[in-house]
Write a protein that binds this ligand. Sequence first.
Ligand code: ANZ
Ligand code: ZN
Length: 839
Amino acid sequence: QQRYNPAEIEPKWQARWDADALLYAAEGHDSGKPKYYCLEMLPYPSGQLHMGHVRNYAIGDALARHMWMRGYNVLHPMGWDAFGLPAENAALKNNTPPREWTLANISAMRKQMRRMGLSYDWSTEVTTCLPDYYRWNQWFFVKMFEAGLAYRKKSKVNWCPDCQTVLANEQVVAGRCWRHEDTIVEQRDLTQWFLRITKYSDELLEGLDKLDGWPEKVRTMQRNWIGRSEGALVDFAVDGEVKAPGCAKITVFTTRVDTIFGATSVQLAPEHAVAKAFAAEDAGLAAKIDGLLAEQQRAREAGDVGAIEKHGVDTGRFAVNPFNGQRVPIWVGNYILADYGTGAIMSVPAHDERDFEFAQKYGLEIRRVIAPKAGGEEPALPYTAEDDAVLIGSGEWTGLGCVEAQQKMAAFAQSKGFGTATVTYRLKDWGVSRQRYWGTPIPMVYCENGHAGLEPGGVVALPESALPVVLPPQVEITQQGGSPLGRVAEFVNTTCPVCGGPARRETDTMDTFVDSSWYFYRYTDAKNDAAPFASEKANYWFPIDQYIGGVEHAILHLIYSRFWTKVMRDLGLVKNDEPAERLFTQGMVIKDGAKMSKSKGNVVSPDDMIARYGADATRMYALFAAPPDRDLEWQEEGVAGISRFLGRVHRLVTKYADVARTAGKREGSGSEVEQKVLRKLHQTIAKMTQDFSGRWHFNTSIAAIMTLIKELVEVEPAMDAGEVSAAAVAEVFRNLVLLLAPFAPFFAAEMWEQIGGDGVVFRTAWPVANEDLAREDEIEIPVQVNGKLVNVVKVPAGSDEATVKAAALEDEKVKARIEGKSVVKVIVVPGKLVNLVVK
Ligand code: ANZ
Ligand code: ZN
């Protein structure tokens, strides 16, 4: 008998599958089957798969194979998120053009994926750095420009000195670059392209409530990122003359207008226009404000502006509270952010933590204007309650509940013309310009002389016929700043598509998150060269039934792609509001207690594992070692264990292969051993079917298969002695192989062939558990006395109430417990529990 040898089995099947281009291809949108779109996040082609990928793809692949077996038309595609900085860095280092480097990495990784036996439909492969894909980024960009959703503005932007490019807010993590943990992000004033994601702020927020197939953690992160705050804008007039235009009043943003009678100062961000106006008249003040600005910058660098040590300067000027006419001092504070709300606040020390701290430090007045509704002792300050709290010392508003006062006072301010209710968001428009080479060229030109309706240098969107704007291949990549494309004269100099006059191309490229915002639509129609995709195909496949990826994308990719879907819907391209119905975020792979990473030196290479134990054992281990949503501690010993387990299965299957191949139909109920084996089999089928329909605790599925194998080994002598019918043996092994198919595809294909299974194992119907066979003869029922567990009794499965009750009352332990008492009531929950109420 042959031993299990994955080094022989796996390449054999890989070659067969490679030769069968349609093996994993989805059927068309006219397929009669129900559809299932199973998607794993596409990788960046770094050149090597890592264990995180292996885990992600093992989960998705098990699911995709299972859904095929359940009779679905499954789309299970793969592609490459192929633009981005590493290709440029590699170009600098090795002098290989980014395109060559990227394409070589892609082919290496595609090979690894095939070696892993992943069931991707390669006919729909998407590579984002190729013009057949990125031309549609450009097409969307123009559509967004035409719809007012793409626009240019000068603003403060995040600049990474290492990337030599601008970053979106979402790419700044604790003041640092998302790619360079140690690099402090600078602020620069630049004119950049933005996408108006804020148009959808409310929809993006409200949509989260309906996404109940998404992890709550991800939804919470998105809610916080969008950061909707209801509040009011209130104008405080500046007392005395201010020369600078537009500086006669300060508009503050507050979520607690009900506390306005307790405002004892107005605080400005150091960059606020009024602060600048005061500084222009007072050099001493200007220097102090610069000091605050520097502190803010340092806090940003330290990664936490929120935790800044609060400092401020008194401007010596006053503002007038429009609600009570009171003059309050105007300060400039280092804890006021220029880019949130209006960059100005009214400070209410009695009822706000930060204001309290500040007022104590500088001896500013602290005035209570909110008290508990129930009265009683004065609460400690700051007192921040708003529910069950009322206004005190607030003129005509005194006595109102806080929440009611917020609405009424905002309406009052509006009626008097000094304020309004408002909603503020933390979410900002998405800055998409990047001063890099390896990205999608932004399809805009600047007409040098201008033409009717356009001033010289004005922006003109390229017509569809001028797309794609192809990246010039020969570009010198250097460390010097500025867009590399700006140094390619043949690229820059062009003609205006409207007037034919001289024009310059935009030389920035798009943020690579544009590429991943809609790639999954392209999979439905990857070869379309007349449109990004055909709507009827996308409408058939969308929404994605299951999206699987890392939680690190909770904000960036998963918010941008939701935005993109809404834009496409409004353009009439798709019908769905959200891209993915369900999202699963798998845990990290760790080794020796830490995330696997090059910098920690604890990386385990998938290639090594596959070479040693085979792809099946490696994949199966990744599913077995932990529930998929938890972190997984990689232990090579565990992979070896799975390999030995597959060896045991291999021995059994090959041993009984002939029996399985030639057996007839099972008849009658069979011997007791036979019933026992069949019971275990059908229980395993039932359990696995369940695991596949919810949380995918594949670790317990695999454990169940292991128990089944253990049982088979135990009854092996009985099988050899002919006590289990050939038909039952065939039933067991046939189903066993089917159960293993989603997890260990090479192995299952080989075993299927050995037992003479018909056709392709992955297209064979998933087994259905036979409930009669699965049912236990006896079940255990806990018996309680007055709600306390006393013992567990065994009764025949399916017993009626009377039988269960009798068994409970006859149990020795129960008898002892109720002795001398009278049973006043017996509660029987069929199949579950008996509770005796005694006195
Ligand atoms: C007065 C007040 C009284 C406030 C009170 C709170 C409690 P969220 O919920 O995060 O939106 N604020 C407004 N703009 C700010 C800025 N640019 N920098 C720093 N702080 C700013 O927070 C809104 C509250 O944060 C606003 O309401 C304001 O303080 C402060 F008892 O106004 B509040
Ligand atoms: Zn022109």
